[in-house]
Ligand binder design. Sequence first.
Ligand code: SF4
Length: 217
Amino acid sequence: MTAELGSVSAEDRLGRLRAHHRALEGCRRCPAMLGPPVHGESVLSPVMLIGQAPGTKEIEQGRPFCWTAGKTLFRWLASIGLDEHQVRARVLMSAVCRCFPGKNPKGGDRVPDGPEVLACSGWWGGELELCRPRLIIPVGKLAIAQFPDELGRGTRLNDLVGRRWPYRSASGIVADLIPLPHPSGASTWFKMEPGKRLLPQALALIAEHPAWRALRD
Ligand code: SF4
């Protein structure tokens, strides 16, 4: 994907996004990952949300954020004006990895390793180029870590959530990054200070962003 996409019509880009998702459905590149790969609606949205990786329920149902973490995420987003149905239909819901990484022997889901993250990066990178969003919402540390130039090498939520960060891709996409914590029930960050204070700040920044407001109108 290159800067040439900036001059391609929206209709053509939507066709390419659908083809991109069909190709993603057939990806079996990572031997330790459990598919089939999951993606959101093929929607050319000014807002792109990037999660971590699907869980078992997402794989079963073929939809991102369809279980407990999703309930929390959609509750947060409903508080700023879009319910789950509207988010799914209007926001490009992406992820760092699109297959289930399996369980961590120590508990919880395994975090995808470096080669898996790299192998899958072309899928969300392609979505980014085709969608050309004006607002990017990385959800959780793994998604935040995909933007080291903008958000730094550290992924301390205390330093990153509740602020807006400028993003410019090599192909000329200009957007704002507004990170959110992962809404997993295993996370305690957003239930304690400073997360309790920073999460509403981040949601307020999203609510007032022109790209989000355009989805509400
Ligand atoms: S994690 Fe990504 S790159 Fe790996 S098999 Fe699944 S879709 Fe393909």
